[in-house]
Ligand binder design. Structure first.
Ligand code: HEC
Ligand code: HEC
Length: 360
């Protein structure tokens, strides 16, 4: 996003109502993109119906976890915007302290995965992180954890053994990866889940319908909110198809937020890059469906979207937004809620023998 386009947009906004929607829309189109109506392709990966079916089963499969009782869907509930509604929120349950859940909805459009970007794409996310440490998956809620340790190797192996003992899964992996001689493999779990996740997109948000030319799709307050979002500078970080998800930024660029929002012990992207500039830098989250994805921030420190917007104004831009401005920005953010994916629950194949013993 070039500074010049912000400046010219600001000029345009003050030029008067004669421009109406057309001018604002032209500029908005330079900054944002609608969610496509069909799932995007994953490079080098063909989305066959068999792979998608397997990916969906694994997404809902508690036997993927070390304890055998937590699935992706438990923390990324597709009835709740792809998050858990703060059920296990760090600030609310000390034992589960970690980071707030990020939604799987539209995650395919993010440049990297996790608050600190430690996974490059969706299949890496599955293979190297959350499930690779099934105990930590519950304890830290998928928060920062070392990857590729001996412990992870054992946990992955155990998951594979588990599925090899379930005939329904042996058949499903074979159908999904017919070219492989030993298809029940951990990498294939990641590939199949990633393909399923790529279908979890939310097209047709009012904002997208407006971007495509429907003047009626946004209320006047929402259009005012969009103007403020651009004018005040929110767009320097929250832009593109996901209205975020494309870069990292320090939380507290202008003013350090309170420890409730930014606890000193989580250094964010610094833990990955060890670059001083990355201290307290986090991935700029997507604001798609933000009205559904409470609570907010990597800490889950607030359930109130107005509060989150006010904190952003102060910490990232050094502006105190008025109550009216905050209301309008929130009205705009609510126009980012798209059509939620319709998912028919899969029937998971039954065990025909006892489970493999618990991972240590
Ligand atoms: C116990 C809760 C929990 C479970 C189970 C869980 N996740 Fe997550 N997930 C999280 C948390 C918390 C984060 C954010 C962690 C971070 O950024 O450090 C996250 C982040 C993600 C992200 C990154 C999204 C983004 O925008 O960066 C994806 C994708 C994801 N999880 C997919 C999955 C999949 C697939 C599974 C099952 C294989 C799964 N998760 C299981 C809690 C969970
Ligand atoms: C300099 C970059 C930057 C600017 C400018 C910025 N943000 Fe953010 N925004 C971020 C980052 C980084 C986070 C994640 C902070 C965290 O939790 O660590 C975030 C988080 C958020 C969240 C919480 C989303 C969630 O799911 O947790 C909202 C809402 C938000 N921003 C809205 C805004 C609004 C509205 C503006 C303008 C008033 C704005 N942001 C300006 C970088 C920015």
């Amino acid at each position: 996003m070039r500074l010049s386009s912000i400046v010219s947009l600001v000029a345009l906004l003050f030029a008067g109502p004669a421009y109406a929607d057309a001018g604002l829309r032209d500029r908005a189109k330079e900054l944002f993109e609608p969610i496509p109506s069909a799932p995007p392709a994953i490079p080098g990966e063909t989305a066959t119906p068999e792979k998608l079916a397997l990916g969906k089963m694994l997404y809902f499969e508690p036997r993927l976890s070390g304890s055998g009782d937590v699935s992706c869907a438990d923390c990324h509930n597709l009835s709740m915007g792809g998050v858990d509604g703060g059920k296990l929120s760090g600030g609310h349950n000390a034992q589960l302290a970690g980071r707030e859940v990020l939604t799987v909805l539209n995650a395919i459009f993010n440049k990297s995965q996790y608050w600190d970007g430690r996974a490059a794409n969706l299949s890496d996310q599955v293979v190297n992180s959350v499930m690779a440490n099934p105990k930590a998956m519950l304890k830290t809620r998928g928060g920062p954890m070392p990857i590729n340790t001996a412990e992870h190797a054992i946990a992955k192996q155990r998951a594979v053994e588990q599925f090899k003992r379930i005939p329904g899964y042996v058949a499903a992996f074979k159908q999904a990866f017919p070219e492989q001689s030993d298809p029940v493999a951990y990498d294939n779990i990641g590939r199949a889940i990633a393909l399923f996740e790529a279908t979890l997109i939310t097209p047709d948000a009012p904002f997208d319908r407006w971007l495509k030319g429907d003047d009626q799709a946004l209320s006047e307050a929402q259009k005012d909110g969009l103007k403020l979002f651009v004018e005040k500078g929110c767009v320097t970080c929250h832009n593109g198809v996901n209205v975020g998800g494309g870069m990292y930024a320090r939380f507290g660029v202008v003013k350090q937020p309170s420890a409730e929002f930014l606890p000193p012990d989580d250094l964010g992207r610094f833990a990955i890059t060890k670059a001083i500039a990355d201290k307290y830098a986090f991935k700029v989250p997507s604001l798609r469906n933000v009205e559904l994805t409470t609570p907010y921030f990597h800490t889950g420190a607030t359930f109130d979207l107005k509060k989150a917007v006010a904190v952003m104004g102060e910490s990232q831009l050094g502006v105190a937004l008025s109550a009216d401005e905050t209301d309008k920005i929130v009205a705009f953010l609510n126009s980012l809620t798209g059509r939620q994916p319709e998912v028919v629950l899969p029937i998971l194949p039954p065990r025909t023998g006892p489970p493999v013993a618990q991972a240590q």
